[in-house]
Design a binder for this molecule. Structure first.
Ligand SMILES: Nc1ncnc2c1ncn2[C@@H]1O[C@H](COP(=O)(O)OP(=O)(O)OP(=O)(O)O)[C@@H](O)[C@H]1O
Length: 309
């Protein structure tokens, strides 16, 4: 089991950044999603044992927090969002130092640093100082230090930040390769395309609450049932107003209206509205769902459910 969380809470003073997260998730690749301030970094840092929980209990890879923090750190790699190196160090000495900090003997850490830097494509640059590295190289070296000790799980916080499209694809391919070696990946990213490409499942937070977890395929299948797209014969604006007045959640998407059905609303109710109001429907279909649309639909639903914090 990757995580077993029971009512996990974390407060900063009076501010509750995690409001009781309960979930069990199996090993594999997991996307950690949520808008700014949702609590993603707080959750990662809590699960790494860097922050003390304010309430609840958690285990990571079967190790309990906080008793087994040391074992958790040995089994996990962490690629933080921000830069975390000394610019005057060479790549190899830095990655070896990070290996040493996880408890590896010095000589083993050094040989693993060479290996890992080759693995991330920085073999040629390993004796260069980090201060002169490009953004793409810095991201790779951060990945190398997360992998140097042979973890079972890596937390990757915005690993494609600042990368151009080619660099991003290369980073995602590397992450795919990490996965194929049996290492679990938790990917926190605002780029949902990246999450969809790399992850099988996802955890979604909003304002410190868990609003969804499960496989991405199941989420999309579930949302697909409740989101439909409609195109009318030049009556989109009028129909949107009619639907809004009847309590439907409607958005204009290019030439179509996208309608999210919330029980007890039904497709039949939508079509009845068109007939009653003399609206000519040209096209009517389930929305083609990307993770991005599913994400926005979940957030929209949560915003309507939850009182603002
Ligand atoms: N050290 C801290 N002291 C006080 N408040 C904090 C601290 N760290 C985070 N917060 C607050 O806790 C909330 C959650 O922050 P967190 O960084 O976990 O969110 P996030 O989902 O990672 O956001 P982002 O996507 O912007 O990185 C935010 O409202 C943030 O302002």
């Amino acid at each position: 089991m990757l995580f077993d969380l029971e009512n996990v809470q974390k407060s900063y003073g009076n501010y509750q950044a995690l409001k009781g997260i309960t979930l069990k998730i199996q090993e594999g690749s997991v996307g950690l999603l949520g808008p700014n301030g949702a609590g993603k970094s707080t959750l990662i840092k809590s699960l790494l044992g860097l922050l003390e929980l304010s309430g609840g209990s958690a285990s990571v890879l079967g190790f309990r927090l906080p008793e087994d923090t040391h074992k958790i750190r040995q089994s996990i790699g962490y690629m933080p969002e921000n830069d975390c190196y000394l610019p005057s160090m060479t790549a190899v000495s830095y990655v070896a130092l990070m290996g040493g900090l996880t408890g590896m003997p010095r000589s083993q850490a050094l040989s693993r640093a060479h290996e890992t830097l080759h693995y991330v494509g920085l073999g040629e640059a390993r004796y260069r100082k980090l201060g002169g590295f490009s953004t793409g190289m810095k991201q790779r070296v951060k990945l190398a230090q997360a992998l140097v000790h042979g973890p079972r799980l890596v937390f990757l916080d915005e690993p494609t930040n600042g990368l151009d499209p080619q660099g991003r694809d290369e980073m995602l391919d590397l992450i795919g390769d990490v996965k194929s070696r049996g290492i679990s990946v938790v990917l926190s990213s605002h780029i949902l395309y990246d999450v969809e490409k790399v992850c099988e499942s996802m955890i979604m937070l909003d304002q410190g609450e868990l609003i969804h977890f499960g496989t991405i395929a199941a989420l999309k299948a579930d949302r697909q049932k409740s989101i439909v797209e409609i195109e009318t014969k030049e009556q989109n604006e009028q129909f949107a107003e009619i639907l809004k007045a009847r309590g439907f959640s409607v958005q204009q998407q290019g030439l179509r209206l996208q309608v999210r059905l919330v029980a007890p609303q039904t497709v039949q109710g939508l079509l009845d509205a068109a007939i009653e109001e003399d609206i000519q429907v040209r096209r009517f279909m389930p929305a083609e769902l990307t993770l991005e649309k599913a994400f926005l639909s979940l957030l929209d639903e949560h915003a309507h459910k939850a009182p603002a914090a």
